[in-house]
Design a protein around this ligand. Structure first.
Ligand SMILES: [Fe+2]
Length: 368
């Protein structure tokens, strides 16, 4: 059940639908902006198309953002780009590109030399004052990064994950065009779709659950239950791609209020030690978590029906089989001590024993 007391704040202006990128020339003004994207979009000619559409605004392209953005790499990039005096940033890509852009939107206008090292690693208190205008254009359906006030930053050498969290890194504008997700390969479609399911469920088994986050989450699950299997089967189905994009947005809105919980907490060592993609790392625990919690998550028959459909979908996807491609059972069990972080696991409202849970999960499934 949800809390009776809650507050809601989300300043992101959202425009959704095919062709929304046509709005860009009215949104991008001034002399010089930064386009953050991945190399694939430059290769496919999209970066240069945006440059010509936005002319005479000079659009500098940086297309070397790596998956799971690294703390030191982002500090180095901040140092390189600070003198360019950009008037805004456009982020076109998946969750890593969007998170990197959210970080740069507050580190570029700040005066520190290595802001992420100071604030995240050295834990220096800092009040992010300024933010560059940030337009985000997600090309995957899963992270919800377009509407959340946090960005994940990795220190892969120390196997650590940080979250830069401040209302200042909410994007200014999100443009959602489902046609951009049509070319997403099968595995990325699956993993990012799983991230959506994880966000919706994590906002439901959550101490900060409210009537509003609950409404977002159930609508997200309702859409994703149908759209995820459909886009995996028919990747060029624009209507279903659009529904999956909406599901991702709604789940993002839910966790923008509640944050994530136990499944994400468990996922971080799995990603930082074994390179397991985020969407898989934060979802291989979901079938068992959902089975354990289903009856106590709601007594609304419509909502119960939605959760049962999600359970059926998750059970059909063989997530532990996917996980076994990246690590062995014994490797997974070695990291149970670092899987419960207070800022995520603390949101989970029920008691939880990681050793017991993972042993039970792996005994029944991973040893098959
Ligand atoms: Fe996630």
């Amino acid at each position: 059940m949800y809390n009776a007391q809650w507050q809601y704040f989300n300043p992101v202006s959202i425009t959704s639908g095919a062709g929304t990128l046509d709005q860009l020339p009215t949104l991008v003004t001034g002399e010089r902006w930064l386009l953050l994207t991945s190399a694939g979009f430059t290769r496919r000619g999209i970066s240069s198309r945006l440059q010509s559409v936005l002319s005479p605004v000079q659009l500098n392209v940086h297309d070397q953002i790596q998956p799971n953005p690294d703390l030191d790499a982002l500090d180095t990039l901040t140092g390189q780009l600070q003198q360019e005096k950009f008037q805004g940033i456009i982020a076109l890509g998946g969750g890593s590109v969007l998170d990197a852009a959210k970080v740069l939107s507050v580190t570029l206008p700040c005066k520190m030399q290595t802001p992420l090292d100071s604030v995240l690693r050295q834990q220096q208190a800092y009040n992010w004052q300024d933010q560059l205008p940030l337009i985000v254009i997600p090309t995957t359906s899963g992270t919800g990064a377009e509407v959340t006030p946090f960005a994940t930053v990795w220190d892969m050498s120390a196997h650590k994950k940080y979250s830069l969290t401040t209302p200042r890194i909410y994007p200014t504008k999100a443009l959602l065009d489902p046609t951009l997700t049509l070319t997403l390969p099968y595995r990325e479609t699956l993993y990012t779709g799983l991230d959506t399911l994880s966000h919706a469920l994590e906002s439901l088994w959550n101490r900060h659950r409210s009537s509003l986050s609950e409404a977002f989450a159930f609508e997200s699950l309702l859409l994703a239950n149908k759209a995820l299997p459909a886009v995996l089967k028919h990747p060029d189905d624009l209507a279903m791609r659009g529904q999956m994009q909406q599901a991702s947005l709604l789940a993002g809105l839910a966790i923008s209020q509640t944050r994530t919980a136990i499944a994400h907490s468990i996922s971080y060592p799995v990603t930082s030690h074994f390179g397991v993609p985020h969407g898989l790392a934060c979802s291989f625990t979901l079938p068992r978590l959902l089975k354990q919690n289903l009856e106590r998550m709601t007594n609304n028959p419509v909502h119960l029906q939605i959760l049962r459909q999600t359970q059926t979908l998750l059970d059909s996807l063989d997530l532990l089989g996917e996980l076994k491609k990246y690590l062995t059972l014994d490797q997974l069990l070695k990291h149970t001590d670092s899987m419960l972080t207070p800022d995520r696991a603390g949101n989970y409202p029920y008691s939880f024993d990681t050793q017991d849970f993972l042993h039970a999960l792996t005994e029944t499934e991973l040893r098959k």
